[in-house]
Design a protein around this ligand. Structure first.
Ligand code: UD1
Ligand code: CA
Length: 452
């Protein structure tokens, strides 16, 4: 049996007026990544063969996000916003390529799970021309209802047209839909705009299919899958639901979360075995934590690889491009960015390591700063293995500290330091015997002290 082909169409041309934001709706973040990135990620996991995204005119930022997270996806512009079926037809060129199944997913419904999409595909595989995801809503206001008779979905009735008993008993329409590829264009072409808003509604596909003697099916999924986001309140509710899922998955995988409700995860956070995460830690995109690492409280981490047995925080900030080797220790008030920190390195307090490489077992004293930015460009700092950087030192990049070299406390290092050398980049200490006592003596005579 050959695998069935599937085209996914993501509708993301909505204006998102109710978000009251300059940012396009599908670019708002949820669990550390955009709504659109969630949907595109889920589609990828559902094994689709091609993806088309329908966006509004002038949405360059949305197009850039598509390129970033799903470089193989095509996008189509819906020039006028004339309803969901009209939006789907903006991707007509992709539909004409005749996939076995066409999945239609809303860009503002980010929590739909790959398994739910697979179930929709299975319904089409089983002979339905149209299949729709439905759910039981805790508050059903505003949703269309799926009217099912004898296991067949017969119509989608908008709330205003539904009878009191339909409103009580029928599943709500989640909006996510699948169409059989061979009849999709025939159905879509028959959808009209004879309704109050003069829009082309995708929901009409069900009745049209039935009129063509084709069958339609409803597939029930949990409410969280179908949470649509139109407002900031709904975004916050979806965030809570997403975090709940991610924390549960981390716990199931054996991560110790001491206070799960205080830890914020990203959809792509990866944990090894026996990882401990203390209360109040935030994970952004692209973080991997290897076996046995401990993340102490109040740390903020994104784009970082944390090696085996590493200790991070409390109060650490790891920014993108951070790689921490086995057993490294990154302590309180330490910030790391674009830096490879090898095994056994200690940077225990008050340090900034940016655009740097730090060799194995180097010791970075409190208050060490890599001065990576000169106001115009960024430069690199290279610290050799086993080097010792004394407290309160400024390493002015570009600069190299050789293996095993020693930098005296309070140094400003502007030139490379050879391996095994000592560098003292500070003015010599001056001691003036009796100076302070003389100063106080002058004051007690009511005279002004001088520095002689
Ligand atoms: C729709 C359904 C309703 C269902 C609900 C689920 C219809 C008539 N109603 O209502 O039964 O319960 O979703 O959330 O379909 N979009 C475009 N271009 C357009 C119009 C919409 O890209 O011209 C996109 C929007 O960005 C959004 C999605 O399609 O991602 C849904 O559109 P929306 O207007 O929000 O539908 P609802 O009124 O919520
Ligand atoms: Ca909506």
């Amino acid at each position: 049996m050959t695998a069935r082909t599937c085209l996914a169409i993501v509708l993301a041309a909505g204006e998102g007026t109710r978000m009251r934001s300059a940012r396009p709706k599908v670019l708002h973040p949820l669990a550390g990544r955009s709504l659109l990135a969630h949907v595109l990620g889920t589609i990828g996991q559902a094994g689709v063969t091609s993806t088309a995204v329908v966006i509004g005119p002038g949405e360059d930022a949305v197009a850039a996000e598509i390129k970033r997270v799903a470089p193989d996806a095509e996008y189509f512009i819906q020039r006028e916003r004339r309803g969901t079926a009209h939006a789907v037809l903006a991707a007509r060129a992709a539909i004409e390529r005749q996939a076995d199944e066409i999945l239609i997913v809303y860009g503002d419904t980010p929590l739909v799970q790959p398994a739910s999409l697979s179930r929709l595909r299975d319904a089409i595989g089983g002979g339905a021309a149209v299949a729709v995801l439905g759910f039981r809503a805790s508050d059903a206001t505003g949703y269309g209802r799926l009217i099912v008779e004898k296991n067949q979905l017969v119509t989608i009735r908008e709330e205003t047209d539904a009878s009191a008993s339909d409103r009580k008993t029928a599943l709500c329409n989640g909006g996510t839909m699948a169409l059989a590829g061979k009849t999709a264009l025939a159905i879509l072409g028959r959808i009209g705009d004879h309704n109050r808003k003069h829009e082309f509604y995708l929901t009409d596909a069900v009745e049209i299919a039935r009129g063509m003697a084709l069958s339609a099916a409803a597939v029930e999924v949990e409410e969280d899958d179908m949470r649509g986001i139109n407002t900031k309140k709904q975004l916050a509710e979806a965030e809570a639901a997403a975090q709940q899922r991610l924390r549960q998955a981390a716990l199931d995988a054996g991560v110790t979360l001491i206070a799960p409700e205080t830890v914020y995860l990203c959809a792509d956070t990866k944990f090894g075995r026996d990882v401990v995460v203390e209360p109040f830690v935030v994970f952004g995109e692209k973080v991997t934590v290897e076996d046995g690492a401990v993340i102490h409280s109040f740390s903020h981490i994104s784009g970082a690889h944390i090696g085996k047995g590493v200790s991070v925080g409390p109060f650490a900030r790891l920014r993108p491009g951070t790689r921490l080797g086995e057993g490294a220790r990154i302590g309180n008030f330490v910030e790391v960015k674009e830096a490879v920190v090898e095994a056994g390195v200690k940077a225990n307090h008050l340090t900034y390591l940016g655009d740097a490489s730090v060799g194995a077992n180097a010791n970075i004293g409190a208050g060490t700063i890599t001065c990576n930015y000169d106001g115009a460009a960024k430069h690199r700092t290279d610290i050799g293995r086993g080097a010792f950087i004394g407290s309160n030192s400024a390493l002015v990049a570009p600069v190299k500290i050789g293996e095993g070299a020693y930098v005296g406390s309070g140094s400003v290092i502007t030139q490379d330091v050879p391996a095994e050398a000592l560098a003292l980049g500070r003015s010599r200490q001056v001691v003036k015997q009796g100076w302070a006592a003389r100063l106080r003596g002058l004051k007690s005579l009511g005279k002004k002290g001088s520095s002689q």
